[in-house]
Design a protein around this ligand. Sequence first.
Ligand code: ATP
Ligand code: MG
Length: 568
Amino acid sequence: MRFSRVFYFPLKEDPKDAEVISHKLMVRASFIMRLSSGIYSWLPLGLKCIRKIENIIRDEMNKKGAQEILMPIVQPKELWTESKRWEKYGKELLRFRDRNERELCLAPTHEEVVTDIARREIRSYRDMPLILYQIHTKFRDEIRPRFGVMRAREFVMKDAYSFDRSEEDAEKSYAAMYDAYANIFRRCGLTFTVVEADTGEIGGSFSHEFMVLAETGEDIIFFCEKCGYSANHEKAEIGGNFKLSGKRGNYKKVLTPNKRKVEEVAEYLNVPKERILKTLLYKSEKGTFGVLIRGDREVNETKLKNLLNLDFVELLSGDEIERITGAPLGFSGPLGLSIPLYADKEVGQMEDFVVGGNEADTHILGVNVSDLEVRGFYDLRYAQIGDPCPRCEGSLLSKRGIEVGHIFKLGTKYSEAMNAKFLDRDGREKYIVMGCYGIGVGRTLAAAIEQKHDKNGMILPISIAPFEVTVLPINVTDSYSMEVAERVYTELIDAGVDALLDDRDERPGVKFKDCDLIGVPIRVTIGEKNLKEGYVEIKMRDSENTEKVKKEEVVRRVNEYVRKHKSN
Ligand code: ATP
Ligand code: MG
């Protein structure tokens, strides 16, 4: 490709709505163009990167025997009713009607359709293992689209689905996908880590997320250096043996006029927040209950839902609280409450603490664990740096990451809901055991940019950059420079290198800047002075050094670099 023909209109200014560097650079470098909130067009340079990522994905999927399909984005309500997700999926699911008043949705994910395909064709255990995948558009009406294509509403995902005859075989498929994902992200040149994750909206039994480490990541990863345990913020378990404090004592009521929040009560009574017990009252589809947690901690509602096997939990309103405790919001306490109470396990170690008095403007001092009537002590809070590791005696640290891939073992959740069965070897009908596996293609590119960039622009890994090398003649009006440039460029193309010839009659500064902005990893600079001595210059995007090379050698050298870095 010749730069003079490239669809490229660089911006000097960052777009106003861009908060993160990848978004800024992708817009400034004509990779993407915003159409509407969370909806983007991919322009030629950006799409070249996307296609390279897709080809790596395709290659690794095919190597595992997965087969590519393409499923509809517009889907009928009926399928989603079968899986019970028409109601359960929140507003992210965009629902609409056609001219015949039939209800439809735009697919945020494809479990329903793929399960339908499977149940119509899979008859016997001989038809499995089967892995189907597609690389296709998804629509999720995200509450806060942001960061460009990183959290978009319309985006391209690779989604794969596995079908097996037993749990054991399903685990083999899961392991194969895990392996493929590790290969994909490695080949995309990313530094990533794999963490345990909650299964969320998709449901199922266990799951891992592939996280690219980056300061700007939305996700927080907890990990233990000692044993290698790692999990995301939602999932991170807190270890440690807890012993119930045996202390007893006499508690007493005190007035705390209008002091509702933990901070206010702590200050008023002059006790640290760690010695205040919060009583949070929740409702759920199974009824009302309370959670007890140390004053300075936050309840992890995912852990709560998992513990109690609930689909939804929500804090009670002030009126609802008053009906149960007899006191307004801010004065709830565990003593004398008739609803079930679940305590965070850290509460078990607290002594002489303060609780709400279930009476307006009162708290109770000097309460101990033996005064509480709870269903049990469980891991119910968000992990913090320094918390005990759940797997060894180490403690947890944290880092920021961007979730680029997510794999789930679904079990029979969808096959049961949608009646997808097969005839097993023993002559019995059984439900197909499933798994599902997603990669955000646009997000992967954005994550690569977040991971490596400098003040001049992107520093892209060679396997996913829009071009592998730019051949840059400094003076295009010098016919000898152009002759050499054309020759080097043609030979590179012939050798299978994805080269760009910067044939533009621009100042060298402008050409260098553009080449840096779009992240091309190798630059071959052809200057008149060097050329007189028979040399050209090679510079790598991620280094300041330049290397003089005989002009006859340059194609071989570049080719060597490309092969070496691509195979890493
Ligand atoms: P998140 O927690 O970031 O909202 P998710 O867990 O809902 O994502 P999955 O259903 O696991 O997403 O989707 C698989 C992959 O699709 C994610 O790992 C991510 O790379 C990508 N993805 C999900 N939502 C978006 C989005 N709004 N924009 C771009 N990519 C996305
Ligand atoms: Mg996910």
